[in-house]
Design a binder for this molecule. Structure first.
Ligand code: COA
Length: 239
């Protein structure tokens, strides 16, 4: 876990802290960040001591200002940069981890910043957070699953409004639309994430993981199949 440049990974009392750490570039998501996150998520998945994860951004100004535009829209050509992003299935890795993720977002939350948070289970933001998906205004579309995860989270019409127009949302609107669970004063953002993490880490990890699977996997099923899934998962917990 050493040699990381743009992600900080810390583990304390069953809580993993993952910090996007390029504050000078507003934590823009670069290929290096993708590679480091990929390693970190693998460690989180395989480490039974990790029971809950807090994802946050370093610095004062941003959770993440989207894909690194210096890689994305200039050299290397967009097609190669996008290809490189797909070669490691980081989003599949997020989805493969049945432990709860808490996103604690402040400042700019743009493009892949929003998309990353949509793989998290509980989304908190500070009152100064601003959300936007500028991809279409740049002549591209989201590449981190946003065109699929956003409508599943907030509905088709709201997702289209945000994606097609590229308009930004203030924290209150993000809360109203269901993009975040809670808006907090900036000084309360990380303490609240830690309070939630602390409650979750003290719960039975099997029950937490089954509850998460029931909801996340069940959403891709018919109600009938989902009820069967719930039954199976419930049985696996029977003492
Ligand atoms: N990729 C690479 N670098 C980025 C970046 C990104 N997505 N977003 C910000 N940065 C860099 C800036 O280039 C600047 O670097 P510099 O100090 O070397 O010039 C630094 O981060 C600070 O950004 P700055 O633009 O000075 O801050 P600001 O507060 O004036 O504006 C934004 C903030 C978010 C409005 C502006 O940076 C912006 O529009 N960023 C691009 C957002 C975007 O389109 N993301 C891609 C989504 S697909």
């Amino acid at each position: 876990m050493s040699n990381f440049e743009v992600v900080i990974y810390e583990k304390l009392e069953n809580v993993a802290y993952v910090t996007l750490n390029r504050p000078q570039a507003l934590n823009a998501y670069s290929i290096r960040m993708r590679d480091e996150l990929f390693e970190v998520l693998g460690a989180i998945r395989d480490d039974p001591e990790v029971r809950v994860i807090i994802l946050k951004g370093a610095g004062e100004k941003a959770f993440c200002a989207g894909a690194d535009l210096t890689e994305f829209l200039s050299a290397p050509p967009p097609v190669f940069a996008r290809q490189a992003r797909f070669e490691r299935d980081i989003w599949g890795r997020f989805l493969s981890i049945p432990k709860p993720f808490i996103a604690a977002m402040h400042g700019y939350v743009l493009g892949s910043g929003i998309e990353m948070s949509l793989y998290c289970d509980i989304r908190l933001c500070s009152a100064d957070a601003r959300f936007g998906l500028p991809e279409v205004t740049l002549g591209i579309i989201p590449a981190a699953g946003g065109s699929q995860t956003l409508p599943r989270q907030i509905g088709r019409s709201r997702a289209l409004d945000i994606l097609l127009t590229g308009r930004w949302l203030q924290a209150d609107e993000a809360k109203r639309l269901g993009l975040v669970n809670r808006v907090l004063p900036r000084c309360e953002l990380f303490p609240e994430a830690e309070r939630i993490a602390s409650r979750l880490k003290d719960c039975d990890p099997q029950a937490i993981s089954c509850a998460k699977r029931a909801i996340v996997e069940g959403l891709n099923m018919s109600l009938e199949e989902g009820l069967k899934l719930e039954k199976r998962l419930g049985k696996s917990l029977d003492l």
